[in-house]
Design a protein around this ligand. Structure first.
Ligand SMILES: CC(C)(COP(=O)(O)OP(=O)(O)OC[C@H]1O[C@@H](n2cnc3c(N)ncnc32)[C@H](O)[C@@H]1OP(=O)(O)O)[C@@H](O)C(=O)NCCC(=O)NCCS
Length: 179
């Protein structure tokens, strides 16, 4: 089994539905900050039909063993959405009210936690966000979500506000702002 990171596609709706169904209630709650049932048609449209500029999303796709070492069009063809499984999804979405600022969200399959996938996905969307002109990345994390706090802080995010149930973490992506 191998993992590869790639941009989400509109054809990932079935895979994303399966991925979401397998998440524990706690993982869903940490991601959406609310109890979250199955993804609706409009959720799936929003989450998969992204423009790749203001809304960027990366998935970690589990490729079957026979594709180990195979990349490019062959993997794209054989690892078609109906057979591929997802292990994690990260996104960065521009804030229309604060130009240059964008919100990051991340979720990793429960059985894959603690192996560095979350960090890899976040670094991937931050890099793409930077290329699209994002100057400040923001993450909203529940104050008792210690793994996510360690993860974001380990990647350079710092707490901006939040003494309530949700903490806001920020990370300047612009080198001038970070200095
Ligand atoms: C938060 C979440 C995405 C983490 O995913 P993950 O794949 O387990 O994350 P990683 O393995 O990359 O990182 C977690 C661990 O590595 C550490 N780590 C990763 N990158 C690091 C870095 N650059 N520096 C220091 N520590 C780092 C973290 O401190 C953490 O340590 P732990 O194993 O002691 O908990 C996952 O638990 C999840 O899906 N949670 C539910 C959704 C959620 O909470 N989302 C956040 C709000 S949007």
């Amino acid at each position: 089994m191998a993992l590869r990171l790639r941009p989400i596609r509109s054809t990932d709706k079935a895979a994303l539905t399966r991925f979401h169904k397998r998440l524990s209630d706690d993982t869903r709650y940490r991601r959406y900050h609310a109890a979250k049932g199955d993804l609706t048609t409009s959720d799936l449209k929003y989450l998969t039909e992204v423009d790749g500029h203001v809304h960027i999303a990366l998935v970690a796709e589990v490729t079957p063993p026979e594709l180990d070492g195979v990349a490019g069009p062959v993997a794209d063809f054989v690892g078609a959405p109906e057979v591929a499984d997802l292990a994690g999804v990260a996104r960065i979405v521009g804030d229309p009210e604060h130009p240059g600022q964008a919100e990051v969200a991340i979720v990793v399959r429960d059985d894959a936690h603690g192996h560095g996938l979350g960090a890899e996905l976040i670094e991937g969307v931050l890099e793409r966000g930077r290329q699209e002109g994002v100057k400040v990345a923001v993450a909203q994390v529940q104050a008792d979500n210690h793994r996510a706090l360690r993860l974001f802080q380990g990647l350079g995010f710092r707490q901006r506000s939040g003494h309530g149930p949700v903490v806001e973490l920020v990370h300047p992506l612009d080198e001038d702002l970070a200095a």
